[in-house]
Design a protein. Structure first.
Ligand SMILES: [Zn+2]
Length: 266
């Protein structure tokens, strides 16, 4: 590359896009603070999109130091008001190790099982949002009808059961098993869980899946959406459904929230 040439941003490479490198941290403490700041921002992003659902819904992020512990939102604080100092550190069993608030321990069970059974998962997101809960009533997976939907092609599962509000440990384990190695699971008559190798990825998949469900409903209300053929859907899923794609795609929203709502860092 000559001096006069600037490196291009996103470029198409074989089977995907070339993404910018992920951040590196000088210490685990620095990474912990980064994850907490991003988690508080993620709750604000959910609120901005109307994805919050009363006292339900959680986004959890694995602690980089105590790797079997997770940061989660305080019970009863609206997502739009959550700050870094409100976040609660919880172990696998739901014991609070740090923080000034209580948590929704019942709902936390599913996140705990997902994090325990998927050591590669850094973050998980779940909320009873409008379109995800509506789609979950259908007891089916998302067809590849758009580029957004292709992000989840052969990379999401259906948990075809429902045991009531407070998920038991056994149901939590069944949901985590249904998720398997995929990025999302649709839980019939309940809603959706998305996961990621970064906080940003789990949050972005939730937002993108909500959009794909909305597309499905809008299109289905006036006709029968055409499904993308399997080979093309698989190609598109590799192009727009990678861990790096999910991570980087949240950047504009993350930057907007961090600039517009700096009190979240308190
Ligand atoms: Zn739920």
């Amino acid at each position: 590359m000559g001096h006069s040439e600037k490196e291009l941003g996103l470029t198409l490479v074989k089977d995907g896009l070339k993404w910018p490198p992920m951040p590196e941290f000088a210490s685990p403490q620095e990474e912990r603070l980064h994850r907490k700041q991003r988690l508080a921002a993620a709750y604000r992003i959910f609120a901005l999109h109307g994805l919050e659902s009363g006292i339900g819904g959680h986004i959890t992020v694995r602690d980089p130091i105590l790797t079997d512990h997770f940061w989660v939102n305080p019970l009863g604080v609206h997502f739009s008001r959550i700050k870094v100092s409100d976040l609660v550190l919880v172990d696998h069993e739901g014991h609070i190790k740090e923080g000034h608030h209580t948590i929704n321990a019942a709902a936390y069970a599913i996140h705990s099982s997902v994090h325990r059974l998927r050591p590669d998962v850094i973050a998980a997101a779940h909320s009873h949002s409008r379109f995800s809960t509506a789609f979950a009533t259908l007891g089916r997976t998302l067809p590849p009808i758009s580029q957004e939907a292709c992000s989840f092609y052969e990379d999401h599962a259906l948990y075809d059961g429902y045991d009531g509000v407070a998920a038991s440990d056994s149901e939590a384990i069944r949901i985590a098993n249904a998720l398997g190695s995929k990025k999302a699971v649709i839980c019939r008559n309940h809603g959706v869980f998305t996961v990621g190798h970064s906080l940003e990825e789990a949050v972005f998949w939730f937002i993108r899946m909500e959009r794909a469900f909305e597309q499905f409903f809008l299109a289905s209300s006036v006709g029968v959406p055409v499904e993308i053929d399997p080979a093309t859907a698989l190609l598109a899923s590799r192009q727009v459904g990678s861990h790096q794609s999910g991570w980087y795609s949240l950047t504009p929203l993350m930057d907007k929230i961090l600039i517009e709502q700096p009190d979240l860092l308190d």
